[in-house]
Design a protein around this ligand. Sequence first.
Ligand code: DAH
Length: 360
Amino acid sequence: MCDITRMRSDHFEAVTNAQTESELEEARLRAMGRKGEISQRLRSLGGMDPEERKRQAPALNALKSDLQKAIARRKQELADQALAELISKESADVTLPGRPRRRGTVHPVSQTIEEVSAIFADMGFGIAEGPEIETDWHNFDALNIPPDHPARQEHDTFFVRNRDPGRQHPNVLRTHTSPVQIRALTAQGAPIRVIAPGRVYRCDYDQTHTPMFHQVEGLAIDRDITMANLKWVLEEFCRAYFEVEQAELRFRASHFPFTEPSAEVDLRCSWKDGRLTVGEGDDWMEILGSGMVHPKVLEACDVDTDIYQGFAFGIGIDRLAMLKYGIPDLRDFFDSNLQWLEHYGFSPLDVPALHSGLSR
Ligand code: DAH
């Protein structure tokens, strides 16, 4: 009997001291495996005389069952311990400051849109938006470009299948931001002063053309707006954008269906050793198209042309970015090259504002 007491204390001790699942399994096998001490003793019951068997059998069976329970308990304890350790190791301290491994940068196109928006916001222009998939009415007809107009061909339009059975015309990927003039005017009416920066699409690809690029549209309609206002606004814009004291503009007569009269605008500049200087020099660089909004455009938006008139302009944003930041190839803008983005990108924390300097 005292032999069984010794067995109990030995095996219980082994189970309690097991520190890992495999140690616990070893202890179990030593007691109750095929060659384990308790198993062997149970097997030997058959050869005992009945009296002895009567004394030992209940004690051995009780020992076996108690030990099984102890093993199950210990197993659970070890699993709980392991989990607690894992949790304490993996817990995240949410009060720690972030430590970004790689800092993202603001793309030069986004930076330029921010800068342009800040400048025009300062002059009282709101921001208007329109869809990139446009109806051909907004993109062309309402802008005084009827179906047979040669300007339609010049736009290298991407057409989008129109699934609306009620409409015969295809939609288009907008070829310019000018349709936002139509949407803003129809929605808000006159007077209005907005710019509309955004993506536009044309089927074209070389060093200075990509199938997707960016423009910013400007529109100001009121009772007494003239080309003089247009000129002042654009000069102010160029001064602020290129961060120079003086910007001199030259208006060249041109033609756009949606403006009359129309002007292409050149900026006085000089190029020395591949570097651009704005505001002085003997060169002129074309930077945008503009004009007085054509009465037909105003009529398409139900604006009373006896009362209201105004100007519009369209600027290529990508080219503005290339000029200011010395980026030679337009296609690099859209290559997602991380090295390029790190070199030409801007800090996300330096939001462009006129009072603190546009680009720092
Ligand atoms: N929509 C023209 C283009 O994409 C640019 C433009 C020219 C816009 C003159 C205007 C404007 O608003 O008045 O080429």
